[in-house]
Write a protein that binds this ligand. Sequence first.
Ligand SMILES: Nc1nc2c(ncn2[C@@H]2O[C@H](COP(=O)(O)OP(=O)(O)OP(=O)(O)O)[C@@H](O)[C@H]2O)c(=O)[nH]1
Ligand SMILES: [Mg+2]
Length: 195
Amino acid sequence: MAALVLFPTMGNRVAADPGPKTYKVVIVGDSGVGKTLIVNKVHFGDKVDTQSIEATIGADFFREPVGNHQLNIWDTAGLEMYRSISVAYAANSRIFVITANLKQTSVKAIEEWLEIRRRNCPLAKVVFVINEYAPPCCSATDKFGSGEEVERGIRGLYENRGLGELNICHVDLSKRGACDQLLAKLGDLASQCAE
Ligand SMILES: Nc1nc2c(ncn2[C@@H]2O[C@H](COP(=O)(O)OP(=O)(O)OP(=O)(O)O)[C@@H](O)[C@H]2O)c(=O)[nH]1
Ligand SMILES: [Mg+2]
C-alpha cells in the first residue's frame, strides 16, 4: 500500500506518496521462441521448469519491481491468430522487447516486429533478446546459426533505421541467473525513460 507522507511545508495537507513509476514493457516474437519462459524466469527465477510452459493465449501480465521502478510486463502470444491482440498490446509501450531464438523464421520475423513497433509505439526503446536455443525439431537448414550469428543478423537489420542505441541480451535458459542481465537492462532503460 502506498505510504502517506506529511510534508511540513504544506501545513496540514497530506499528500500521497506516488510510489514507484511504472513502465509498460511488451515482449513480442514468434511462437515458441521462449518469451513466456524468459518472463517467468525474470519473475520467479531459476526454479521455473522449462517444460511446464504452454503457448500463450492472448497475453499474460507480470508486475516486476526493478530498482526504483516498476515494470508492467505484457507477455504476448506469438501465434499468428493472436497477432492483432499482440499489436494492440504494443500501443503505448515504453520498452519493446523483440525475442528470437536460433531458428531462421524467428530472426526473419524481426523486421515485421520492428514495423509493428514503428506503427504502434515508435518512441518505445527496443531490446533484442536472443534465446540461445534451437528447438529439437529445428533442422540444420531451419537454423539461422549461432547466437553470435543471430546478433550479426540483428545488427544488419537494425542499421540505418535511426532507432538509437542497440540493446541486445543473450539468454541461455539452461544457465543459472539466465535472465539477470535482461532484468538489469530493462531497469536501465526504465531509468532512461524517467530522465
Ligand atoms: N529447454 C528449453 N526449452 C525451451 C527454450 N525455449 C523454449 N523452449 C521450449 O519451447 C516451449 C515454448 O516456449 P514458450 O516460452 O512458451 O514460447 P513463447 O515464445 O512464449 O510462445 P507463444 O506463447 O506461443 O508465443 C517451452 O515449453 C519449452 O519446451 C529454452 O531455452 N530451453
Ligand atoms: Mg508464451
